[in-house]
Design a protein around this ligand. Structure first.
Ligand code: ZN
Length: 131
């Protein structure tokens, strides 16, 4: 299970909505499976169907996370007009040591699903939104 405070979900949704019609992305940090920080990232692809990170931003966030004494635990990205599932390409490219959260920001309400890698494949994991 991934736990995430509701105000952080709102921050993520506003970033992903700003990026429409393109995919938006970012890092999630915290400790254990508890997310406490969201770092919006630039989608270097500026595309509605795929995303990639900007390496300089990745370095910057790694440093910030270390300074804060937390760890990177997940990646979030959006599938505008799509489904909240990992695409075949997502499965190939995603870092298996991190949770993956996929959001459809332009559905009502926004669809949110979480995935973790275990036993050689990606599995749905429950997301607990904390008030
Ligand atoms: Zn994707």
């Amino acid at each position: 299970m991934i736990a995430i405070p509701r105000d952080l979900v709102e921050k993520i949704l506003s970033h992903l909505n700003r990026e429409l019609p393109n995919e938006g992305c970012g890092y999630l940090a915290g400790s254990g499976s508890r997310i406490t920080h969201f770092f919006p990232m630039t989608n270097a692809d500026h595309s509605p169907i795929h995303f990639s990170f900007v390496p300089t931003e990745q370095f910057e966030i790694s440093r910030t996370v270390r300074t804060l004494g937390i760890t990177l635990i997940g990646v979030v990205h959006s599938h505008p007009g799509g489904s909240a599932i990992l695409s075949a390409k997502d499965c190939d490219l995603a870092d298996p040591s991190l949770f993956q959260i996929v959001i459809v920001p332009d559905s009502q309400p926004a669809q949110i699903e979480g995935f973790c890698f275990a036993d050689h494949s990606w599995h749905l994991v429950e997301i607990a939104i904390l008030d």
